[in-house]
Design a binder for this molecule. Sequence first.
Ligand SMILES: Nc1ncnc2c1ncn2[C@@H]1O[C@H](COP(=O)(O)OP(=O)(O)OP(=O)(O)O)[C@@H](O)[C@H]1O
Ligand SMILES: [Mg+2]
Length: 238
Amino acid sequence: MSEPILEVSGLTACYGMISALKGIGFYVNDNEIVGIVGPNGAGKTTLLESIAGSMHIKEGQINFLGHQIERWPVLKRRQLGLMLVPQEGNIFPLMSVKKNLEVSVILSNRAKKEELIDRVYKLFPVLWEKRRQIANTLSGGQQKMLAVGIGIASNAKVMLIDEPSIGLAPKLVTKLFETLKKIKEDTRTTIVLSEQNIKVLNIADRLFGLEAGEIRFDEKTENLSRDVVKDLYLGSIS
Ligand SMILES: Nc1ncnc2c1ncn2[C@@H]1O[C@H](COP(=O)(O)OP(=O)(O)OP(=O)(O)O)[C@@H](O)[C@H]1O
Ligand SMILES: [Mg+2]
């Protein structure tokens, strides 16, 4: 069993008087896919943003690759390999697909520029076909692929992906999830994704159940009953 590469303890975060995370403990091992499941308002986005650094936390520790990072700014966390793919707004809308990927590489490993961008095109051939197209003219699904592609081009060690299935047709969800699995296998990237789509059970090694700002369970996916998880945490989305 490998050591956690990302570990969160006693994490508390608030929006004014609203307590969104109430002392969360959470960890991810190297080269795992971990799903965070929970109903609307559970705190999934707040947790991912707290780890990435875009949400101010009240209390708690975040350890990433042996560094205590909870007071680090977003960019410094990103340079160490921690990257948030938010639900929206991760792409440069007025740049071409190619330029989006090139800019992302600059923030990480320039020496591996061609290799990293090729990797994205291999995983998402449609981005190669559309490489000259301006990003905000892509379809919603293609923009989501580009957002994940930016994470890969940035050479992220851990990608935190917030509800990637939202707004995608069922077939595209299946395809995107298969690609996430391939990313894990081919590039050894660790993936944390928040989801309300039942298909997360097909790709996650482990699931955390989050409800009202608290962790309700942490289980290997194979030990979880599909129906219980579906009823409690995944609503009726199929
Ligand atoms: N900007 C904000 N101002 C005030 N309260 C907020 C804000 N953002 C989130 N909250 C509250 O914090 C709690 C957690 O919200 P969060 O967005 O993290 O949940 P979530 O699990 O991502 O939900 P969803 O599945 O709808 O995306 C909710 O009670 C929500 O109403
Ligand atoms: Mg959310």
